[in-house]
Design a protein around this ligand. Structure first.
Ligand SMILES: CC(=O)N[C@H]1[C@@H](OP(=O)(O)O)O[C@H](CO)[C@@H](O)[C@@H]1O
Ligand SMILES: [Mg+2]
Length: 551
């Protein structure tokens, strides 16, 4: 016996039975599936978050209920560790085990095993802060979560309806309160004040930017952007679009960052609002991804994705470090995944170290921690910049020898405040982009011309068992099924500027095929040919082979 309040947990658990036919998995995005199937999972996550806090001596853990850019009927839940980072990997497996215990008794047994094996001292306090996005399924799920807290006796703080990055901010702010590493006031007001004050300092004396259109994906970003606009006042005029957060069926529907990135076009309802030269951006459903775009003089759409943001921001930071006279001491590096456009990798690698890691924020974040200043972005617009603690201390102590060095140093210090270093944050990243554009006097045109994207195509293939696909070299090469990589290599070398890779998705039951080539039609052709190879290898029913998958 471990001392768990078994009777209390049992009482609550019986009200949150696990659907017998379903299997749940804590993946790269936490648990994520249809919202109306998640009641038992979320209840159990409430208990798990409490145990994680006890394990970490009562430090506050975050729980975010969201399904990000997924359709409105989906929902999900993610845990946030005390420094505002994703849950430690070894606990992902504990989450999966608890979520799949078939009965209350099996759950109690799994909890006892976890407490014993992870050596959790149940006498420690447990503290959790939780929040949710605007999905209609959220209130019911939140009450299941709160039952989990009650079952274990967790001290829980309700962060309300807010963005994922604000929840990460709160977790870190709570855990660093009163220390030398204080991350800011542990409130939404503290977050908006920190961002807006540092933004105002960074753009002081620059030409005032024209208004920026924000497509809020009809999600929680609409609330957050409206609040931010009030803190920013005249410094950055924001025009908010897609803010219908209480109209059923609108969330992420024909709008938002994922729509723009996937279809590489304007959300239809912005077509009439956007004028030539207008700069705009899209958030996703929980405001942790950002896509920029603009219309050129002829009214043509140009997308500025996560790779373009990384290029803009990394080059700017490298320049500031140099101007501050710190280039021999502070090393800046970039982390990308295989989905980064080849042209962005080339542009960045000519200027600073670039590392490629497997898909998923935790891989990017951890790799970025190896640099003094690590810039990471996924092509889909999720990313941030992290300054090591040592670097932040160095910046605070450094004595510049010229006024120019002093100015650059102050900009760097203000950037450490502007950037939400815990996780990708669409609003913080948006302000960061605006700062760089203001400093460089860039419009979308100059930014876009840093490099020209290689045409590319992403295709999904439904296969019998995606787990039979195994990769190496940061997911850029297949080791299983045997022989398939050699066939892909053979195809790729027939295309000018060709690059293609295949990997199983971590969030959907599909295999993804990515291809690039010098010309768009060739990128499409290469993607569909590789998809055809994948289908023939593992797809099953030949009559269902999609016809666009070329032979
Ligand atoms: C090609 C692509 O965009 N993949 C996304 C997607 O992962 P998959 O493992 O490819 O399903 O969702 C992840 C979580 O949001 C995100 O980190 C990642 O970039
Ligand atoms: Mg998201």
């Amino acid at each position: 016996m471990t001392g768990l309040p078994l009777d209390t947990i049992k009482g609550f658990s019986d009200a949150h039975p696990k659907p017998s036919e379903l299997h749940f998995q804590y993946g790269t995005a936490g648990f994520r599936t249809l919202g109306n199937t998640l009641d038992s999972v979320i209840f159990r996550v409430g208990i798990l978050a409490g145990l994680r806090s006890k394990k970490l001596d009562g430090r506050t853990i975050g729980v975010m209920v969201t399904a990000s850019h997924n359709p409105e009927q989906d929902n999900g839940v993610k845990l946030v560790d005390p420094r505002g980072e994703m849950l430690e990997t070894s606990w992902e497996a504990h989450a999966t085990v608890l979520a799949n215990a078939p009965t209350t008794d099996a759950l109690l047994e799994a909890l006892e095993v976890l407490v014993a094996s992870a050596k959790i001292d149940l006498s420690k306090p447990s503290r959790v802060v939780y929040a949710r996005d605007t999905r209609p399924s959220a209130p019911a799920l939140i009450s299941a979560l709160e039952d989990g807290f009650k079952a274990l006796g967790v001290e829980a703080r309700d962060g309300g309806v807010t963005t994922t990055p604000i929840l990460h901010y709160l977790v870190k702010a709570i855990n660093t309160k009163g220390t030398s590493e204080s991350y800011g006031e542990d409130s939404e007001d503290g977050y908006y004040t920190k961002l807006s004050e540092s933004f105002k300092k960074l753009i002081a004396g620059r030409t005032k930017p024209g208004p920026l259109v924000i497509d809020c994906a009809n999600g929680v970003g609409a609330h957050a952007a409206a609040k931010l606009a009030a803190y920013l006042g005249e410094t950055l005029p924001l025009i908010l679009e897609n803010t219908a957060t209480s109209t059923p069926g609108t969330l992420n529907d024909s709008c938002g960052a994922d729509y723009v990135k996937t279809l590489q076009k304007l959300p239809p309802n912005l077509v009439d609002t956007m004028k030539p030269g207008q700069r705009a951006c899209s958030l996703d459903g929980d405001a942790d991804r950002l896509m920029y775009y603009y219309l050129d003089e002829r009214g043509l759409f140009h997308m500025l994705d996560g790779d373009k943001i990384a290029a803009l921001v990394a080059a700017f930071i490298v320049e500031l470090v140099k101007l501050a006279g710190l280039d021999s001491e502070v090393k800046v590096g970039v982390v990308q995944t295989a989905y980064a456009n080849g042209a962005s990798t080339k542009y960045l690698a000519e200027r600073l170290p670039v590392k490629c890691v497997p898909t998923g924020v935790k891989h990017l974040h951890h790799a970025a921690e190896h640099y003094n200043i690590g810039v990471y972005f996924e092509a889909n617009g999720h990313g941030t910049v992290i300054f090591s603690q040592e670097t932040q201390e160095k910046l605070a102590k450094y004595e510049p020898s010229t006024p120019a060095q002093s100015t650059a140093l102050n900009h760097l210090i203000n950037l450490t405040q502007l950037i939400n270093q815990t996780v990708g944050d669409a609003l913080s990243d948006m302000l960061l982009v605006e700062v760089v554009l203001a400093h460089k006097s860039y419009s979308g045109v100059e930014w876009n011309s840093l490099y020209a994207d290689l045409p590319n195509r992403l295709v999904k293939v439904v296969v019998g068992d995606r787990n039979s696909f195994k990769t190496e070299d940061a997911e850029r090469r297949l080791v299983n099924p045997p022989g398939l990589q050699a066939k892909i290599d053979d195809l790729v070398q027939r295309y000018e500027g060709g690059r293609s890779f295949v990997r199983p998705s971590g969030t959907e039951d599909v295999v993804r095929v990515y291809a690039e080539a010098a010309v768009k039609a060739q990128a499409d052709e290469l993607a569909f040919r590789v998809a055809g190879l994948v289908y023939d290898e593992a797809g099953g029913d030949a009559s269902k082979r999609p016809k666009e998958f070329l032979p």
